[in-house]
Ligand binder design. Sequence first.
Ligand code: ATP
Ligand code: MG
Ligand code: FE
Length: 396
Amino acid sequence: GLILGIESSCDETAAAVVRVGSEALSNVVASQMSLHANYGGVVPELASREHLRNIVPVVREAMSRASAAAGHPITFADLDAVAVTAGPGLAGALLVGITYAKALTFGLDKPLISVNHLEGHIHAVLMETRQLNELPMELPLLALVVSGGHTHLYLATHEQGGETNWTYRNVGRTVDDAAGEAYDKVAKLLGLGYPGGPWIDALAPHGNPRAVPFTFGEIKHRAPREGVTNKKAPTNTEGPHFDFSFSGIKTAVLRYVETHNMRDSIEARRAVLAADPTLTPKSEAVIKLCDQQTLDLIASFQYAVVGNLQRQTFAAAEALGARSIVVSGGVAANSELRRRLQAEADRRNLPIAFPSLALSTDNAAMIAAAAWPKLLARDFASEDLGATPQLRLGRQ
Ligand code: ATP
Ligand code: MG
Ligand code: FE
């Protein structure tokens, strides 16, 4: 049951070797974060070029670390399958991983397994709960996948008797920005570093979350089907939905900054951070770069975003009869989100699980883990597998 997972959908080139869908023998991630930081977001052309540069050494490293972890050499010949992210993501970036995985499986005469990146995020959590020998999450489970590119709610279950045949229903999605994207844009606006999540997470406890009352309006029109970016595309109104919108709060923060004369202090902070790359979100000096008004704004922003994620998640869980909750994606690293979701889940007696920090952001162990039920079901990809930038997960 050895699967090599490969992930290159966005700005991480990653490879991992996972045994029986639960034990990561290695999990190697080459992040391009610092490359894209100069642009405040991921630049697709640069991403593809970096993936090309990184894919071979990253896979090699994953194989050698797996050997070290196993205590004996693990070669390509020992693999049972190679799993790769087929979408959603950047077309050029996805193609690097897919092309590599196809060449490898063709050469080795091993099965190729295609994995949806979002399913990977969900299985990142499931593989860890299995590994810790905790009870399997009760079904149906509600998964909140919340990252820089996604904010989705899925109701997930699988057939009795085996873990093959997982099925998913997309019951909520953002009508505009993803939650992580709002973190990144607000952090950039306030002169903080990229990615913005860890900066806001670290600074928010120093401010008053009730200083600025941000609100979320009712979402009148259902978001276009997952992955469809054309806002005029026909929408699907079937069944209850628990959609999100994060562009309004970003605009509200911008308006607050403009009406409260904060420009100079923001520029000053931006200049200090640009001049000293050793400053991290947790540096003492960073707090001193922020006046109380800024800290209050940051705390209020986070309080509102987390509150919105919390409300929609538990409303969906209740309406759909979910029996457990799984949270994943880069924003799942957020300490306030973890604290408040855990507290409400405890109050409601619902089991809830979060990934470790290493498995919350993009990685390949989660891709190999999601491929395990597909290996058991012999659900293999054909050799003409291509990239699907707007790949959806499950029923809409
Ligand atoms: P994708 O959306 O395709 O999964 P991504 O690279 O945008 O790709 P991740 O790597 O899963 O997503 O996560 C990155 C995002 O998570 C960024 O938007 C970042 O700001 C956010 N993030 C990371 N840590 C935190 C945190 N502690 N609090 C809030 N947001 C965070
Ligand atoms: Mg990323
Ligand atoms: Fe991701």
